[in-house]
Design a protein around this ligand. Structure first.
Ligand code: GLY
Ligand code: MN
Ligand code: MN
Length: 417
């Protein structure tokens, strides 16, 4: 950021129905810069000769705090969170007009909220109206998200520590689900076990809605119904991870509901596993973002030929993209405060180079819907294997390796109750 003023609001509270609200979730950019988790707050940063961080937040209010609980209020917020100054949120527009004066550039999350876009431009107009007294309003507008996205892409040591813990708790949840699952249960009963494990470690919320998909449901990529019975002989795909201190884990495991893979299930599973291992090996500094995806695709293409799902050579399967009937998504995404985290995947039109401190998921899969060109014993098999990977100076660290992944590890885990 050159000289200027940046204004970053947190997220609004969102009504669910009547007087009930969704659990509050702060804005990730705001929290990344402030560590402040209350709603109705705005961070202002000023860069120039003097650097300043200023918080606007809810005032102390003994009456409201009886109903809604503790609020820091500006004085305690400034003291405990280390802001240079803090003011009541009700003074935002008036103070912002003062703070904007003579700043050349206004940075804000452009287009993220039409209300904030309009409000900030209105404050700028108010500053402009004072031009006769020699005050200048910012003449440049810049999207602060572009800068923050790049900063958030590289996780520092403290962030890595939190993500490691979020991953460990989520691995425990998957192990618990494997030990719990039996034919005849409902998907939501397994979901309850995941939530229990998250919450009992202090991770109050899943990072995204858990996918607990038995049998054919696993072939619906974003299945969140989680209300079907689990059948003996089917697989169960679970895509679930917790959010801890604002950071996400994102893990998928697929395992047999009765504890033992059938021959056909094992054949498909081993191919997806081999493709995932190839992709993880390709996730290292100096390789491009696309390298893990290409590595996974080559293994999957050969596997699909072996299973008679695709015809021809690996090259022709890749060329014609006939694999897309069974693998239609990419092999991962950045992971961080948001489960699909911020950061560009291409720079100047080229795939980005992986760098130490980046975290990504590696999640190839295979989803076989009934079709004329598919051997019947493979119908309705849906498998995905997803790990969270931190790029290190010389390779990578799989943050989620405690979740059983090989056929042997899974069958062993499922022998325990
Ligand atoms: N759970 C969302 C994803 O895997 O991308
Ligand atoms: Mn994912
Ligand atoms: Mn996932």
């Amino acid at each position: 950021m050159g000289q200027g003023i940046a204004v970053i609001p947190t997220a609004p509270e969102v009504a669910r129905n009547a007087d009930a609200h969704y659990d509050y979730r702060h804005d990730s950019h705001f929290y990344y810069l402030s560590g402040f988790a209350e709603p109705e707050a705005v961070l202002v940063l000023i860069a120039g000769k003097a650097m300043q961080s200023i918080l606007f937040c809810r005032e102390k209010n003994p009456e409201r705090e009886i109903w809604d609980g503790f609020r820091n209020g500006p004085d305690a917020a400034a003291e405990h969170f280390g802001f240079d100054a803090a003011y009541p949120i009700a003074q935002l527009d008036e103070k912002l007009a003062e703070l904007m004066a003579d700043q050349p550039t206004l940075y804000y999350p452009m287009g993220a909220s039409s209300e904030w876009d309009a409000r900030l431009l209105k404050v700028r107009e108010a500053v402009k109206a004072k031009s006769r007294s020699g005050i200048q309003a910012p003449s440049h507008l810049r999207d602060v998200q572009e800068l923050l996205n790049e900063m958030r892409l590289i996780k520092d040591y403290l962030e890595q520590g939190i993500m490691r813990r979020a991953a460990t708790i989520s691995c425990e949840a998957h192990r618990r689900a494997m030990r719990f699952t039996r034919p005849g249960q409902f998907e939501y009963e397994v979901e309850a076990e995941l939530l229990h494990e998250f919450c009992s470690h202090g991770a109050r919320h899943p990072a995204y809605t858990s996918i607990v998909a038995g049998g054919a449901n696993a072939c619906t990529l974003h299945y969140v119904g989680n209300n079907a019975p689990l059948h003996d002989g089917d697989l169960l795909l679970i895509d679930a991870g917790c959010e801890l201190e604002g950071y996400a884990a994102d893990i998928t495991r697929t395992f047999p509901i009765n504890g033992k893979f059938s021959a056909a299930q094992k054949d498909v599973y081993q191919i997806v596993l081999a493709s995932q291992e190839a992709a993880i090996s390709a996730a290292r500094p100096g390789n491009t973002w696309d390298a893990p995806h290409q590595a996974a695709l080559r293994v999957l293409a050969q596997g699909f030929i072996d299973l008679k799902l695709c015809q021809g050579s690996v090259e022709s399967v890749l060329e014609t993209e006939s694999y897309k009937q069974f693998y239609m998504h990419r092999t991962g995404h950045w992971l961080g405060m948001d489960v699909h985290d911020v950061g560009e995947y291409k720079v100047d039109g080229q795939w980005r180079t992986l760098q130490s401190g980046m975290t990504l998921t590696v999640e190839p899969g295979c989803y076989i819907r009934p079709a004329d060109n598919v051997p019947q014993e493979l119908w309705n098999i849906g498998i995905r294997i997803e790990d969270d990977v931190l790029i290190t100076p010389h390779g990578n660290e799989v943050l989620t390796q405690q979740a059983p992944k090989t056929v042997e590890q899974i069958e062993e885990e499922m022998r325990h109750e």
